[in-house]
Design a protein. Structure first.
Length: 255
């Protein structure tokens, strides 16, 4: 990862000054502060007594990027209960969807990128709240925010990006319906540990909570409502969640 540094010394650089700068850098390292950590804050501090300053603008992080700043993002997301996938410094699909989920909760643009607005929110985020206090594991689907919050013993455990019913009419076997996700309090009724092909498409490891409505994995989880009524999550998130979705797990869907 490259950073553009603007160095403006007060006069000609001497060997003495270089030694002072090197000594200052050694002190920072000894204190556990790395150049990457300093640059991530946007400012590189000069050694005491010198007139050397350096400023770096954090880059906008997006899918496909790698580096220590991506790793720092992943760690921050995990600390806030989002699911960026492996802590590997690679901005992949799971990190993208974790950023989108974060942006949804914060009420900002859902582009899956970390620019100035998202970065500021990461520093001072709005924390989602559960609407119920329960023991054990339970799910809450917020149709307005388009997120699924996993609660455990009345505390937020995980926050996932979802896509629910788009409110548009669709026709199956000559019958026209509206694509709405049912609102109310439900429980997981049955599960299928495989792909299931229905008249409306393919569902990965569906966990049904009301008739034919399920929480299921999909290769298509846009940042807006797009389903026929089911709650879509990513394939990776369904794999993470499926083993813990027991029959009888409470599911609340609300606006």
């Amino acid at each position: 990862m490259r950073h553009s540094l603007s160095l403006r010394p007060a006069g000609p650089t001497s060997r003495i000054r270089q030694r002072v700068l090197a000594a200052g850098a050694s002190l920072l390292v000894a204190a556990g502060v790395t150049l990457g950590m300093v640059l991530e804050a946007g400012v590189a501090h000069a050694a005491p007594g010198s007139a050397v300053t350096a400023v770096a603008t954090p880059r906008t992080l997006r899918i496909g990027m790698t580096g220590p700043d991506v790793l720092a993002l992943q760690r921050r997301l995990i600390g806030l209960h989002y699911v960026p996938g492996a802590l590997n410094g690679v901005f992949g699909s799971s990190t993208f969807h974790a950023v989108v989920a974060f942006q949804k909760v914060q009420g900002i643009g859902r582009d899956g990128q970390v620019g100035p607005v998202t970065r500021a929110k990461l520093a001072s985020p709005v924390a989602p709240r559960l609407t119920q206090r329960r023991s054990g594991m339970y799910l809450e689907v917020n149709l307005t925010k388009q997120v699924l919050v996993i609660g455990y013993n009345s505390a937020v455990f995980r926050i996932l990006d979802v896509s629910t019913g788009n409110g548009q009419p669709y026709t199956v076997n000559g019958v026209t319906r509206i694509a709405r996700t049912p609102v109310g309090s439900f429980r997981i009724q049955r599960k299928i540990d495989a792909w299931r092909t229905s008249t409306l498409g393919r569902l990965y490891r569906p966990a049904y909570f009301y008739g034919g409505y399920a929480i299921h994995g999909s290769y298509s989880v846009p940042s807006y409502p797009a389903s026929h009524g089911c709650v879509r999550v990513t394939i990776a998130n369904m794999d993470r969640m499926y083993p813990t979705l027991k029959i009888g797990t409470p599911v609340k869907v609300y606006r």
